[in-house]
Design a protein around this ligand. Structure first.
Ligand code: FAD
Length: 517
C-alpha cells in the first residue's frame, strides 16, 4: 500500500538516532495532540523501530541489518568487505559507512575514520552504549539545569550505572585503577563502573538500548506520531526567517513532498545536520566549524597476580553466558588529567597469545584513552554548491588538523594509558596504538550551541538556530565543549532541553521572542 505523506504537521524531526528519538519522546510525553512526523533517510531494520542490532538474535538477520545501515556502498558480509586501501586508517565498522572521499585535504590530517549510519535508529542501532557524564570543563557552563537534563537523558536511554556488577575481576580492575588515579580527585570523578545503556530482560537476556528505548511506549502509543523510513529530507523550507516545513524525498516509492510544519528539528548527525542546513540556505558563520573528534589511543594488558576471584568462582551464569558482559570501567576526565579512560574486560583475547591457553574471561583488558581536541574554527566540514554526494545532497569536504597542542596531548595520553596498564598487568604489545582521526565516532561541534549569537555558534541554549525561528538542531554537533567522554548522553540531554522548549511554545502558544532560555 502506498504511504501517504502529510501536507502539514506541527513538528518535523529529521533523523531517527537517539537525539531525534528524544525529541519525539519528550514531545509525546509533554505535548499530547501535537502532530509529529519523523523522516529518516535509511530503512527500518527490525521491530520495534530503532532496535539495537545486537538484540537481533539470528546471525543472518543481524548481518543483514548491519549491511542495510551502510548507505549505498554496504560492505558487511560482502566479499569486497575490506576494499578500502588502508583499512587501519579507514577503520570500517559493520553498520557504518565512511565518507568515500573528501575526508582529508592535502597536507591535513582529515577525518579518515569518521563514519555514519543510515537506518532507523542511526548509529544508536550499533553503538556500545557507554553513557558517562561530562565533568569539570567538559560541561556546558551556561546551562544551569545540565545535571537534571542528564538525569532525564539517563531515563530516556535506559542507563544502568553498574550493569555488570558481578563481572569477573572487575573489582580487581577498579581497585587497582582507583589506587592509582583516585587520590586528589573530586567525589564524582573517581574510578567507577561505566554507566551503560543496557538492561536485562526477565529471562536474563541483555537488551542494548537503541532509539527504540528512547522512543518508548509514550511515542509508540502516540496516535499523532508517524515515523517515515527511507524518507530523505532535502531541505528545510524557511520563510520570513521562520522554519515552515521540509522538502522530503520518498526513497522507497519515489517522488518529493512538501510537508509544512511550524517547528523543524534537524538531528541528522554531526556531518549531515550542517549539510541539511547548508542545503536550506541556512548558513551562519559557525556552520560546520569547530568540528572536533576525540583523538584516541588504545592498549591492552593481561591482569597479573590474580587469585581466583570469588566473584568469578561464584558467577552463577557460567563462562559460556558471559560473552559481551565483561566489566567496563571508567577513569573520568578531569581538568588536571584531561582524558576519558574506558577500560573493557574482554571475554577472550582479541590477539592470539602465543603458547598460552585461552585466557580466563575478564583477564584480558582493553584500554582506550580519549582526548579533548584543541578547538579551532578552521576544523570544519564544508559543502559544495555544485557537487553532490551519493544521496544527491551538497558534497562534504572535511578540513581537519591536529595541532601541536593535540600532538602533545596525544603523547600525554600514551603515557597515561601506560600508567593505567602498568598497575593492571603485563602489556600485550609494546606501545599504545594511536587510532586514525574520526575513529572514536564521537565527532562533534559542527552546529554548536552558544550562550549568545557572537558568530562562534549556530544555535542558542535551547538548540534553536540563531535567526531562524522554529528551526532546532540536535546531536553531537550541538555540543559546544570539546568533551573527551562519549557524547550521546550529553547530546540527548541537550535534546531534552530543546524538546521541552518546543512543547512549552506549543502548549502555551508562546511567541518566538519569549522562548525559554
Ligand atoms: P545518529 O544516531 O547518527 O542518527 C542520525 C540519523 O539521521 C541517521 O539515521 C541518518 O540516516 C539520518 N539522516 C541523515 N541525513 C538525513 C536526511 N537528510 N534526511 C533524513 N534523515 C537523515 N556514543 C556514545 O556516547 N557511547 C558509546 O559507547 C558509543 N559507541 C559507539 C560505537 C559504534 C560502533 C558507533 C557506530 C557509534 C558509537 N557511539 C557511541 C556514537 C553514538 O552512536 C552517536 O553519538 C549517536 O548515535 C548520535 O545520535 P544522533 O541522534 O545525533 O545521530
Amino acid at each position: 500500500m502506498a504511504r501517504t505523506f502529510p501536507n502539514e504537521v506541527d513538528v518535523v524531526i529529521v533523523g531517527s538516532g537517539p537525539t531525534g528519538a528524544a525529541y519525539a519522546r519528550v514531545l509525546s510525553e509533554r505535548s499530547p495532540g501535537t502532530r509529529i512526523a519523523l523522516f529518516e533517510a535509511g530503512p527500518l531494520l527490525a521491530e520495534p523501530p530503532g532496535v539495537h542490532v545486537k538484540n537481533i538474535d539470528d546471525d543472518g538477520a543481524r548481518l543483514e541489518a548491519q549491511r542495510r545501515s551502510e548507505g549505498l556502498r554496504p560492505h558487511t558480509t560482502r566479499a569486497e568487505a575490506r576494499t578500502y586501501a588502508d583499512p587501519m586508517k579507514r577503520v570500517v565498522r559493520s553498520g557504518t559507512q565512511v565518507l568515500p572521499d573528501g575526508y582529508q585535504q592535502p597536507g591535513e590530517d582529515g577525518l579518515p575514520a569518521a563514519a555514519m549510519s543510515t537506518n532507523v535508529g542511526g548509529m544508536g542501532a550499533h553503538w556500545t552504549g557507554a553513557c558517562p557524564r561530562p565533568g569539570e570543563s567538559e560541561r556546558v557552563a551556561f546551562l544551569p539545569d545540565l545535571e537534571e537534563l542528564l538525569d532525564d537523558a539517563d531515563r530516556l536511554l535506559g542507563v544502568d550505572r553498574n550493569p555488570f556488577a558481578g563481572a569477573p575481576y572487575s573489582d580487581v580492575v577498579r581497585a587497582r585503577l582507583g589506587a592509582e588515579f583516585d587520590p586528589g580527585r573530586a567525589a564524582d570523578r573517581t574510578v567507577r563502573p561505566m554507566p551503560l545503556a543496557v538492561h536485562r530482560r526477565e529471562d536474563g537476556a541483555l537488551v542494548w538500548s537503541g532509539s527504540d528505548i528512547v522512543f518508548g511506549d509514550a511515542t509508540r502509543a502516540n496516535p499523532d506520531f508517524t515515523l517515515f523510513p527511507e524518507a530523505l529530507v532535502r531541505r528545510v523550507i524557511v520563510e520570513d526567517g521562520r522554519a515552515a516545513g521540509v522538502v522530503v524525498e520518498d526513497r522507497a516509492e519515489g517522488g518529493e513532498h512538501e510537508v509544512r510544519a511550524r517547528f523543524v528539528v534537524v538531528a541528522a548527525d554531526a556531518l549531515r545536520t550542517p549539510q541539511v542546513l547548508f542545503a536550506s540556505g541556512v548558513r551562519p558563520p559557525a556552520l560546520g566549524r569547530y568540528l572536533n573528534d576525540q583523538p584516541q589511543v588504545v592498549f591492552a594488558v593481561r591482569l597479573r597476580d590474580l587469585s581466583p576471584s570469588p566473584v568469578a568462582e561464584q558467577d552463577p551464569r557460567g563462562r559460556s553466558e558471559i560473552v559481551g558482559e565483561g566489566g567496563v570501567s571508567w577513569v573520568p576526565y578531569t581538568d588536571a588529567e584531561p582524558f576519558h579512560g574506558q577500560v573493557m574486560q574482554l571475554d577472550a583475547s582479541p590477539i592470539p597469545l602465543v603458547g598460552d591457553d585461552e585466557p580466563e574471561p575478564g583477564t584480558i583488558v582493553g584500554l582506550g584513552w580519549f582526548c579533548a581536541k584543541d578547538l579551532r574554527a578552521d576544523d570544519r566540514v564544508e559543502f559544495s554548491d555544485e557537487e553532490t554526494d551519493e544521496f544527491g545532497m551538497p558534497k562534504p569536504a572535511v578540513h581537519y588538523v591536529l595541532t601541536n597542542r593535540d600532538r602533545r596531548t596525544i603523547e600525554r595520553a600514551r603515557a597515561e594509558i601506560k600508567r593505567a596498564a602498568s598497575v593492571l598487568g603485563e602489556f600485550i604489545g609494546d606501545e599504545p596504538l594511536e587510532l586514525s582521526p574520526g575513529a572514536s565516532l564521537h565527532y562533534q561541534g559542527s552546529a554548536r550551541m552558544g550562550e549568545t549569537d557572537d558568530g562562534t555558534s549556530v544555535c542558542g541554549p535551547t538548540s534553536e538556530v540563531w535567526g531562524v525561528d522554529g528551526l532546532y538542531v540536535a546531536g553531537n554537533c550541538v555540543i559546544p565543549t570539546p568533551i573527551a567522554c562519549n557524547p550521546t548522553l550529553t547530546s540527548v540531554a541537550l535534546a531534552v532541553r530543546g524538546a521541552r522548549a518546543i512543547a512549552e511554545r506549543i502548549g502555551a502558544r508562546v511567541p518566538a521572542s519569549a522562548d525559554v532560555a
